[in-house]
Design a protein around this ligand. Structure first.
Ligand code: TTP
Ligand code: MG
Length: 403
């Protein structure tokens, strides 16, 4: 039994932040919001525009335009120099949000990535990413969803800014046919001008040409260009890096004085790490806790299990006994949970039919589906609630409750 993965329709998401550098500036400087913001070196001088806010694009300003020209187009604009370190920081935070939803991520640039979420609802996941990024980082991203990278990217380009567009197999031909030929990778401005002279302006015009013509006109890339015109692109999402560990941590608004008050936080962190691990189709053999005290000193403990685990329940029971054995000489400023020793788990195996199904696994996966749909837990496992309500230390995560 089990699903044959080759039969699953691919689902690819392309995510790209809107006016990235300018959006970070507007996020960090509320007085810039709703205004034309132009990011570039040497305002008024010989530098070029890195990017600009959509308000500035209304004046005709574009990336790579000389700053002096941008200044002429919009003298009242807000001209700022790039702060690369800050953009890199927001970029890392954005990628770590994306990592919650798939282990198959190809980072294309500082603000752009492809995710392979085959076998799942790409639209739902794209909505989750958009929601988390705006909520946690205060900037917007646009997402395109389709069955291949080429169309996912075209979809996000078409939906900008702050949009979401899904191009299904049925919609692909109609979507592609209306586009100018220059939107096909491999057709640069010079080639597009040549084709224009021959009356070939849209993908519809191009697609009508015979296969031999593609070869004689474009040489080796002819067959690839023809395939793209027909909406065929098998290029895989090539993961940029391997995930070695998954961790989550919470810095408390006020230092936490006792172990008992840490339990509900531990339960929440276990659920967050567990969710990410299961989304990545992984199990972990090494689980650990990090504690930062009020004087900023840090203590970590970890345990290697005989078998890899992936349920919130297993994380909580393991880490709670680890926490119980730790000395907490000072109030706690930060609590973290990490999972290492990652192994692949086949999330598609038919759990309910396998011998001796682990009901915690079944439950976790159902909760994960709810979380995908509604964002951070609508339903919480018992410990986080009961400990909060009673101040008692639960021995395990038993029962579920609505938070
Ligand atoms: P893009 O994603 O191409 O552009 P953008 O995010 O500013 O705008 P949008 O995606 O909504 O069209 O590039 C990401 C960042 O890379 C951009 O914010 C600034 C930087 N960049 C340059 O420095 N020079 C350039 O010529 C381009 C295109 C981008
Ligand atoms: Mg962008």
């Amino acid at each position: 039994m089990g699903t044959n993965l080759r039969e699953v329709e691919r689902s690819i998401i392309h995510v790209d932040a809107d006016a990235f550098f300018a959006s970070v500036e507007q996020r960090d400087n509320p007085e810039y919001r709703g205004k034309p913001v132009i990011v570039g070196h040497d305002p008024k001088g010989r530098g070029v525009v890195s990017t600009c806010s959509y308000e500035a694009r209304a004046f005709g300003i574009r990336s790579a335009m000389p700053m002096a020209v941008a200044y002429r187009l919009c003298p009242h604009g807000i001209f700022v120099r790039p702060r690369m370190e800050r953009y890199a920081e927001v970029s890392r935070a954005m990628f770590s949000i994306i990592e919650r939803y798939s282990p198959l991520i190809e980072e294309v640039s500082i603000d752009e990535a492809y995710l392979d979420v085959s076998g799942e609802d790409g639209r739902e996941i794209a909505l989750c990413i958009k929601r988390d990024v705006v909520k946690e980082l205060g900037i917007t991203v646009t997402a395109g969803v389709s069955y291949c990278k080429f169309l996912a990217k075209l979809a996000s380009d078409a939906a900008k800014p702050d949009g979401l567009l899904v191009i299904s197999r049925d919609d692909a031909a109609a979507f592609l046919e209306g586009l100018p030929v220059s939107r096909i990778p491999g057709i640069g401005p010079k080639t597009a001008a040549k084709l224009d002279k021959w009356g070939i302006r849209t993908v519809y015009d191009l697609k009508k040409m015979p296969p031999e013509w593609f070869e004689s006109t474009f040489g080796k890339s002819g067959s690839r260009i023809l395939a793209l015109c027909q909406g065929q692109d098998d290029e895989p999402v090539a993961p940029s890096r391997e995930v070695k560990s998954i961790s989550e941590e919470t810095t408390f608004a006020e230092d936490v004085p006792s172990k008992v008050s840490l339990y509900p936080h531990l339960a929440l962190l276990c659920q967050d790490v567990g969710f990410r691990l299961r989304r990545s189709g992984l199990k972990a053999r090494v689980l650990g806790i990090k504690v930062k005290f009020s004087d900023f000193s840090v203590s970590t403990r970890e345990v290697t299990l005989p078998e890899a685990v992936s349920t919130d329940h297993a994380f909580y029971t393991t880490l709670k006994s680890l926490l119980d054995r730790m000395k907490l000489p000072k109030p706690v400023r930060l609590l973290g949970v990490f999972a290492r020793g990652l192994q692949t788990d086949d999330p598609r195996q038919p759990l309910l039919l396998s011998s001796g199904p682990d009901q915690w696994e079944v439950l976790c996966r159902s909760l994960d589906q709810l979380r995908l749909k509604y964002g951070k837990p609508l339903v919480r496992l018992g410990a986080s609630i009961s400990a909060r309500a009673t101040g008692e230390a639960p021995a395990s995560l038993d029962g579920i409750a609505k938070s």
